[in-house]
Each structure stands twice: as structure tokens, then as C-alpha cells.
Design a protein. Structure first.
Length: 202
């Protein structure tokens, strides 16, 4: 088990990231039926391990798996009153817990993002990302995905409704969708393997 605790970086938010190792034996005992069905419905062993890793992180925090369910948009919800956001990419799984509303997204750094960049980057944001800068493009993607998860209701356009005005360790963004005009903040963790961004209200 390789559990990385980034809580000290955020103060108001508890961010835990698990790197799945080949040697990990992730327990599936004592999981509720709805979670077991979710695991069984995935043919990929990686997807199964990602789901199991989420519940191991919850177990580490003494949060019963029974407290986690998903709303009709697929967003995770805890019955204990804490807000939760979940993200996984390849062998990395991230869970963020807080009394405050937030969203997170984690992505491994992969050149495949160049193939889909036109689907999420608008003309204003092209100035923020240097041409073929894989790190900046991945960071922008994670910020937008985290903002999407912040609302937990879907129906936002990553390209047109989520506008990133400033890109850095601390970033600023604007939401122009769902009948809202809202300014949010983002903080990113940038490592050689992945980038994880947290979006929250000022």
C-alpha cells in the first residue's frame, strides 16, 4: 500500500492518494452489495482495483463503505455529512474529504491529451498553455474536470462553461453555466507521474 497524504498542503481539505502496486492485495470483504455489483460489472482488473482502493482509503479514515453511494449523475455522496470527491487514472486513486464543497481530478501525464485538447480548451485558454506543453495542458484538463465534479450534477461544457483565467500552482477560474456566474479557486499538485487539481470556493 502506497498511501500519500497531501492534507497538510490544503488545510481545509483532506486529500489522500493511493498508488496501486502489483503486490497490493486489496480486500473486498465486508463491502455492501451495491459496491460488489459495481466491481463485478467491470471486466478490467485495473478498474476493479481502482474501486477497491477507494474503499481502502475510506477504511483508513474509519469511514464505512456503506456510507458511500452515488447520485443519479454518478457523483459520490457520503451519508455522514462530509463532502467527497473521487478521481482515478491508471494506478493512482485520489479521494478528497471536506466539510466544504469541492471537486478533484487526477490524471497521469500522457501525450494522448493532445488528441482531445480541442474538446476542452477555448481560445482564451490557448494563451495560458504553451504549444505542446504537456504539463500545462494536463493541469488545465484536471482543473476543468475538478470544476465539473464540484457541481456533481453534470450538464456543464468543459470548453465553454468553465473558463480558466490564470494557470499556476494556484489558479483562478470562472463558471458560466447552469445559470451561474461564479468565481472559483484551484490548487494543483504536479509530480513527474501525475497532476491532481482541487477546485473550491474562495
Amino acid at each position: 500500500m502506497a498511501l500519500i497524504d497531501h492534507t497538510q498542503l490544503f488545510n481545509r481539505f483532506e486529500l489522500l492518494i493511493w498508488e496501486i502496486k502489483n503486490s497490493d492485495k486489496i480486500e473486498s470483504t465486508n463491502l455492501p452489495n451495491n459496491i460488489l455489483k459495481k466491481i463485478d460489472s467491470n471486466k478490467s482488473q485495473l478498474k476493479k482495483n481502482q474501486i477497491l482502493a477507494v474503499h481502502q482509503i475510506l477504511k483508513h479514515r474509519n469511514i464505512p463503505s456503506q456510507d458511500l453511494f452515488y447520485n443519479k449523475y454518478g457523483a459520490p455522496v457520503l451519508t455522514n455529512g462530509l463532502n467527497i470527491s473521487i478521481s482515478h487514472s491508471e494506478l493512482f486513486v485520489a479521494v478528497c474529504l471536506s466539510k466544504e464543497k469541492m471537486g478533484i481530478d487526477l490524471q497521469i501525464i500522457n501525450e494522448k491529451i493532445f488528441l482531445v485538447s480541442n474538446k476542452f480548451i477555448n481560445d482564451l485558454e490557448k494563451k495560458l498553455t504553451e504549444k505542446n506543453n504537456l504539463e500545462k495542458l494536463t493541469q488545465l484538463w484536471t482543473i476543468k474536470e475538478a470544476a465539473y465534479k464540484y457541481f456533481t450534477v453534470g450538464q456543464l461544457s468543459l470548453k465553454n462553461d468553465i473558463i480558466v483565467n490564470q494557470l499556476g500552482d494556484d489558479s483562478n477560474l470562472q463558471i458560466n453555466g447552469l445559470g451561474k456566474n461564479l468565481n472559483l479557486k484551484s490548487k494543483s499538485i504536479i509530480t513527474p507521474n501525475y497532476i491532481c487539481s482541487l477546485v473550491y470556493d474562495e
